[in-house]
Ligand binder design. Sequence first.
Ligand SMILES: Cc1cc2nc3c(=O)[nH]c(=O)nc-3n(C[C@H](O)[C@H](O)[C@H](O)COP(=O)(O)O)c2cc1C
Length: 312
Amino acid sequence: MKTVLILAHPELNNSVANKRIAEQLKSKREDIEVRDIMALYPDYKIDIETEQQALIEADTVIFQYPFWWYNMPGILKQWFDYVFNFNFAFGPEGNKLKGKNFLLSFTVGGPNESYSPLGYNHFRIEDFVKPMEQTAYLAQMNFLDPIYEHGMVFIPGVYNTKEGVEAKADNVVERIIEQLERLENQNPEEIIKTFAKEWFEHFDILAEDGYFNSYISNDAKLSFVEGDFIGHDGFSKWYSEIKKIIKPNNEHRIESISISENNDKYNVELSVKLKAEKIEGGILELNVKENWEIELTSDNRVKIHEYIVKPV
Ligand SMILES: Cc1cc2nc3c(=O)[nH]c(=O)nc-3n(C[C@H](O)[C@H](O)[C@H](O)COP(=O)(O)O)c2cc1C
């Protein structure tokens, strides 16, 4: 699978976040073609044919940029205005981008809580990227969940530390690579097995509940040894109780996993052995059977609709 990254930073020499993301991504995934459009077109005169050819050859296009005035920097807007043209991206013969993946990856200066109705930025990040989402739809592309990180501005002595911003940039790189691997790994069985392994590795360290909830649908039916719960709030409620009982660095061993397809969903049956140190002392050992009903979204991400755990 070929990936092209359109890097759009008007002042890359002064950049911390996007520079780091581009550098780390290049070193970890040498197969990605990085097109630094500000360096290529300092006069804003985009070579339309060259850019369109790069897109034609790609399966996935990533746009990497700093969030500037709630939007993309001007050079990237210029690029879209000229490259996504009639009979290329839209119009009667404009199907040249059909089916390609479209991934926005950007760095945001403001904090997460400011991007909400009561915050000083009023709107959610997703609201600000709607024009891009529609651009992808018109071009018949597969719009993926944008990857972004807050608090990415570094002003010495005022906002953040360089190391802190770089660490967050590295996290962005990891998320981009994970997304690419999901897209490349098209075999549903492999995707689900890899997911199950990672899922339990996160339970081993008692990771943040945000990780788990990002894979659970908000109306999911959850049934644990401790009781029945619904969706994200339900998961968080159950999980906060579990964290009061066991310590991190426990072990969830998958003894068996079988996957069957059922209409557009998958049924996953697992046998799992849990061994954990209890906070009050002693060891907890538990064998469980798990039945999951999951869906794979268009970007091959697992969405859990039903999660049933029974002791054996
Ligand atoms: C011209 C300009 C406009 C900006 N606009 C916003 C904005 O609308 N919202 C926001 O959260 N941060 C904004 N920022 C902060 C940038 O998002 C932040 O500096 C950038 O993501 C850091 O990436 P870099 O180190 O690669 O430059 C702006 C910064 C500049 C220079």
